[in-house]
Design a protein around this ligand. Structure first.
Ligand SMILES: [Fe+2]
Length: 378
């Protein structure tokens, strides 16, 4: 069966110098800033305001990590009252996701079109170019990846100065999220030549520059490369989909509240092994093994066979985690293991039901998912 495939780019991406000049079109109009308390306290909101043209301004700074449904509703009410022409989302993935969900809520209420400008302050989620927003229901301990083409931001401003002060641990967590995005997109069932191009470049940049940005946050060239890599990885997975790694990360992270990138990083060597079919035995591996081997070669690892390449890639990721102080297991991360064992059935169910899992190259059984959950538990 043949089918039409599609690669769609909506977001205008600005990088380099003078990128805030693009916002001149909102001179004298109404701009709503969606952000969080840290961005206000650290002076980032003030700095952004200094770069905006004279305009009517409202700031909603109440976004919290893993934005909950009721916080989205509150932000949407504030914006509905203010009636902005544009919303600038200044922050990490949670802030950009929250702004996307707020504007989706306003659209559902029949409000006018509002230009969404995403200004990421971490190099991680790629949310500035994707149609996804992860919203949580804390009382039920679950995360929902919402998906709608309408949520894709109109404009993304990639300003590496905004990530200069991100601490090393967050640089590592978010950087490993970039690697997970690109790698999952590369082996996803929806991968095409077009998504591959972005995934490959994102992986080359991230493998080369993440250690440098971790070691020296002031390395502006490394920061800029990672910021671009994060955006490109977002373009790749927005088109190709993600996979079981994110399905598991949403399930486990929804309940045990580890940083999203960190739980992805902990899972990634295990999921690469699982997808490649190289956990045990000496067979040639599954089709994904060859794809992983291509990436292994691209980032300079020895990969004369598909199996060897997939193994080398999984090991390289585990070594990076180790170097970045990312624990290998939840036990080592301090998770209550009795709680974790009790949650296993729910985690399996949530991971299998997660929308990301559907585009994984290997269709997992409940038993296989349980095995991965136990393995990352330690
Ligand atoms: Fe992610």
């Amino acid at each position: 069966m043949t089918m039409t495939q599609r690669f769609f780019l909506k977001t205008e991406i600005l990088f380099g110098d003078g990128l805030y000049d693009r916002l001149e079109v909102f001179r004298g109009r109404r701009i709503g800033i969606v952000t969080d308390g840290f961005m206000v306290r650290s002076g980032m909101v003030g700095r952004l305001q200094g770069k905006l043209p004279p305009c009517e301004l409202a700031v909603f700074a109440e976004v919290v990590p893993e934005p909950p449904v009721d916080g989205i509703a509150k932000g949407a009410r504030v914006l509905a009252e203010f009636r902005p022409d544009a919303v600038v989302a200044l922050g990490g993935g949670s802030v950009i996701d929250a702004a996307k969900a707020m504007l989706a809520t306003l659209r559902e209420m029949g409000g006018p079109d509002i230009v969404l400008v995403a200004v990421p302050t971490t190099s991680g989620t790629g949310s500035e170019v994707t149609c996804y927003a992860v919203i949580s229901e804390p009382e039920r301990g679950i995360k929902h990846p919402l998906r709608s083409p309408e949520m894709v931001p109109d404009l993304a401003l990639l300003d590496p100065d905004l990530v200069a002060s991100v601490p090393p641990a967050v640089t590592a967590d978010t950087g490993m999220d970039v690697i997970t995005h690109a790698l999952e997109a590369y082996v996803a069932t929806g991968a095409t030549d077009f998504s591959d191009a972005f995934a490959e470049k994102a992986l080359s940049l991230a493998f080369a520059k993440l250690p440098a940005a971790y070691a020296d946050g002031g390395d502006r060239a490394a920061r800029a490369a990672l910021h671009n890599a994060s955006c490109m990885a977002g373009m790749a997975f927005n088109a190709a989909g993600l996979g079981l790694n994110h399905g598991l990360a949403h399930a486990i992270g929804g309940r045990f509240h580890l940083p999203h990138g960190r739980i992805n990083a902990m899972l990634l060597p295990l999921v690469v092994d699982y997808n490649a079919g190289t956990q045990d035995g000496f067979g040639p591996g599954l089709p994904a093994a060859e794809r992983y081997a291509e990436i292994a070669r691209r980032v300079g690892l020895e990969a004369s066979t598909a199996r060897g390449g997939a193994k080398a890639l999984a090991r390289a990721i585990a070594r990076m985690n180790d170097r970045f102080g990312i624990p290998a297991t939840l036990r080592a991360a301090g998770t209550d293991m009795d709680d974790y064992a009790r949650a296993q059935d729910q985690l399996v169910e949530a991971a299998l039901a997660d929308a990301c899992t559907a585009s994984n190259p290997r269709t997992p059984t409940a038993g296989e998912v349980a095995g991965l959950i136990r393995a990352v538990g330690g």
